[in-house]
Design a protein around this ligand. Sequence first.
Ligand SMILES: Cc1cc2nc3c(=O)[nH]c(=O)nc-3n(C[C@H](O)[C@H](O)[C@H](O)COP(=O)(O)O)c2cc1C
Length: 250
Amino acid sequence: MTNPTLTTLLNHRSIRKFTDEKLTTAEVTTLVDAAQHTPTSTFSQQYSIISVTDPEKLAVLGDITGHHWLEKSGHFFLFLADQYRNSQLVTATPATIANLHSTDKFLASIFDASIAVEAMVVAGESMGLGSTIMGSILNDVPRLIDLFHLPELTFPVFGLAVGHPAEKPECKPRMPQELIHFTNDYQPLTADSAPLAAYNKVITDYYQKRGDHPNAESFTHHVANELARDPKQRAKLNQALEYQGFLQHH
Ligand SMILES: Cc1cc2nc3c(=O)[nH]c(=O)nc-3n(C[C@H](O)[C@H](O)[C@H](O)COP(=O)(O)O)c2cc1C
């Protein structure tokens, strides 16, 4: 089965090199429009987007993420979980306060921002643009709070660097469906899983071909390496969440 939407979705790859061409105002508006048409939890639209155009702020984002290439993107969006806007719409009562500061509402705002960012990715790709979602902004949330004057009940979730692609990396192969899509019951991995072994080989071949991973790691190695990273790098996250007023009620 194929159609233009499926073709766009199945050809996704993150783009980290861009031409010098900036996005037009109309393109930016269209991307935000696409993001806004996603489903949102309880139709409460619990996210915000900041377009970062100030070169000094972009340079700080380059430092925080270690991805200085974002400064050369055609446009940079910062996605926020946002209960602050809605907090301004209601009269504070013990019930509304408990709700706004709850785990449930924090998650809802993360869901809303996550779904919105992916719509922007796909919309951009349908327009010939490329992008990369950046969770690495979380390396220094307190600095982002200061830099963008983020009020309580907001939290930066990801950046999105968008632009006209100046590279076309191979699509990264995904897992065989049997490892990720189950029917009726969860299926744990078995130690001798043949689909996993096959996938590990696919990923090793992929990295070898791409030439930027000297050790041509398998998927298993990749996950092990990611999990071996020092979690202290993001030690300030819990404090930042608390500082912003999130996760304070069940
Ligand atoms: C939540 C999230 C955070 C990410 N953060 C980063 C990041 O900080 N830097 C980066 O280069 N890529 C980042 N990525 C992109 C992933 O590395 C990429 O999607 C993954 O390797 C699969 O490659 P593909 O998008 O080309 O298919 C992120 C993706 C997601 C969904």
